[in-house]
Design a protein. Structure first.
Lengths: 210, 368
């Protein structure tokens, strides 16, 4: 989608202009799905600025929050519209680990980039990941942790996904404080995500939309 | 202190102080850190360590001194209540909210509301904080006070063994307190939507934190103190916000610690790569930058090597997943490229609870 003033305003983190523009468009009878598309284009600008080093996590979160607030009035109108999610990710913090802020940040930023998030919360059982992948036909799995003791849980979760015959259907992303490439290799994940935006980029790549 | 231990203490303290002053000590000092691994290494119940400060410090000192010729321990005394104290957060504890063998964990949530900024500005940080602990984190201040009473004994035990209790206390900046109490995501949004108010609350809090740091250093006659940065790391916020809400407060705290005659150890977890240049503004030859494996320590040495001692940074994942040879190889690289002058070998942040014993020993033996 070509850049529009609304997309640009979100890209510039101009909250007041974004809210005003969405209101005007809705009042003028524009289709909520089109407005949502412009907001998602704004998030693409934000993502690009993050990747170029102009924006940081603080800006990603602020943009995602503006997106959420601006998108709220569209919800009613979008009910009738066809789903336009790029794909679905099952997300959770590994069993025995209750840290959620990294996982929550990823959820927020994935959603604002058009990816449906099935958030399983923290301290998630291996089978819960498997069930959620199946029930939601998810293409992506994100497992996070802040404790090294969760590495084995992550590994066993990947094993469970493998045992259930779903491994080839999903791309598995891992991230969190102590996670690095060595950990990703150890647990058998596909991608190590250093940042939330790494996760979005990897997700879009896996979904063939990058 | 018995004669031999006293002599050993002097040698080790000199070694550490030389490294801080960017000199070349007789060998690189090694000063490990981490309160949870000792419990598991010695087969002590996590519930006992988490609930009894005396058990905690005795195990920490026993486990690390048992590894061989260490020079000091960063935090020989530790209690989980400190997590709630400094991040205004609930903490889940083994035997209470968690299984007996688990590690304690900060259970972050929005306990502090945005109205609290107004209260801090209006009534002052000290009285607000006192009420906050009592009303929203019941039991925390009592546990912390019980712990504080044991710290002098922990320091004395270290010294009896000829080991330097390097940084047994923690100071930090208001950013860390507020980001924990609000939860990081809401706090970052506050910086955009009500930045002036957040800054006013920080300015109200800072003199209180400074005075507490002064009293702690004087009361315990500390060699060094952590000036901790976790969520305030460069990777989380843009330069514009970092310059306003982070750096000025760290500068103030570092200056106060130096003024009190202690060594400020910038315990900086997560990634600070972007702002390493700015740390050159801190007083030369007085500070330690302690990294956890997420900041590029080799680049940090190039940028800051003539200004401050670097400490670290054997990563948690290497202790848990690596082999002895992996640890030896990494330590050798640290000793030659980040050391030998102006360098202290240590774990990146904590030795993790599930570190392999032989891997921790390999780090300690690397300096010999």
């Amino acid at each position: 989608m070509a850049t529009t003033p609304l997309a640009q305003a979100l890209g510039n983190l101009d909250e007041a202009s974004v809210m005003e523009s969405v209101r005007t468009k809705l009042d003028g009878g524009e289709a909520p799905l089109d407005i949502l598309g412009e907001l998602q284009a704004g998030m693409d600008i934000v993502g690009a600025r993050f990747e170029s080093g102009e924006y940081f996590l603080s800006e990603l979160l602020y943009a995602a929050d503006i997106f959420k607030l601006a998108g709220a009035p569209l919800a009613e109108g979008l009910k009738a519209a066809p789903r336009n999610n790029l794909g679905t990710i099952v997300l959770g913090t590994a069993r025995h680990d209750i840290h959620d802020f990294g996982k929550d940040i990823v959820a927020t930023i994935m959603r604002s980039n058009g990816i449906e998030v099935i958030d399983l919360g923290v301290d998630v059982e291996q089978q819960a990941f498997v069930d959620a992948i199946e029930q939601n036909s998810a293409q992506l799995v994100g497992i996070s942790c802040l404790l090294t003791t969760a590495f084995d849980e992550m590994k066993q979760t990947v094993e469970s996904i493998k045992d259930s015959g779903l491994r080839n259907r999903v791309t598995i992303l891992v991230g969190g404080g102590p996670v690095d490439q060595a950990c990703a290799d150890y647990v058998g994940a596909d991608v190590y995500c250093r940042t939330a935006q790494d996760g979005v980029s990897a997700a879009k790549k896996a979904l063939g939309v990058s | 202190m018995p004669g031999a231990a006293e002599n050993a203490y002097k040698v080790r303290e000199r070694r550490i102080r030389d490294a801080v002053a960017l000199k070349s000590p007789d060998r690189v000092p090694v000063v490990p850190n981490g309160p949870a691994w000792p419990a598991r290494a010695l087969g002590v119940k996590m519930t006992d360590v988490a609930s009894t400060p005396e058990v905690s410090y005795k195990r920490i000192i026993a486990a690390y001194t048992g590894l061989g010729d260490i020079d000091g321990i960063q935090s020989p005394a530790y209690d989980v209540s400190t997590l709630g104290i400094q991040w205004l957060s609930r903490v889940s504890v083994p035997g209470r909210e968690l299984p007996d063998t688990d590690l304690w964990q900060v259970n972050e949530g929005e306990i502090m509301t945005s109205d609290d900024y107004d209260l801090i500005i209006a009534e002052g940080f000290a009285s607000w904080l006192e009420r906050y602990y009592v009303e929203r984190l019941p039991g925390t201040i009592e546990a912390f006070n019980r712990f504080v009473k044991t710290v002098p004994d922990a320091l004395a035990l270290c010294q009896e063994k000829g080991i330097v209790p390097f940084t047994p206390a923690v100071t930090t900046i208001p950013y860390e307190y507020f980001s924990g109490g609000r939860s990081l995501k809401l706090f970052l949004l506050d910086l955009f939507r009500q930045g002036d108010k957040v800054q006013a609350a920080m300015d109200a809090a800072m003199p209180v934190l400074i005075e507490r740091a002064r009293q702690t250093i004087r009361g315990l006659d500390l060699v060094g103190v952590w000036v901790g940065g976790w969520r305030s790391a460069s990777e989380f916020i843009s330069p514009r916000l970092w310059e306003r809400f982070v750096l000025p407060y760290f500068k103030q705290m570092v200056e106060v610690v130096i003024e009190e005659g202690a060594i400020p150890v910038l315990h900086f977890d997560a990634n600070w790569d972007r702002d390493l240049e700015r740390l050159r503004e801190l007083p030369p030859g007085k500070c330690v930058l302690s990294l956890d494996g997420k900041t590029d320590i080799f680049r940090a040495k190039k940028i800051l090597g003539d200004r401050m001692c670097i400490m670290g940074d054997v990563p948690a994942s290497l202790f848990a997943l690596g082999t002895v040879q992996d640890v030896k190889d990494y330590c050798k690289r640290l000793l030659t490229e980040v050391g030998p002058a102006g360098f202290i070998l240590s774990s990146g942040c904590d030795v993790p609870i599930d570190a392999k014993y032989e891997n921790v020993r390999a780090m300690v033996e690397a300096v010999l």
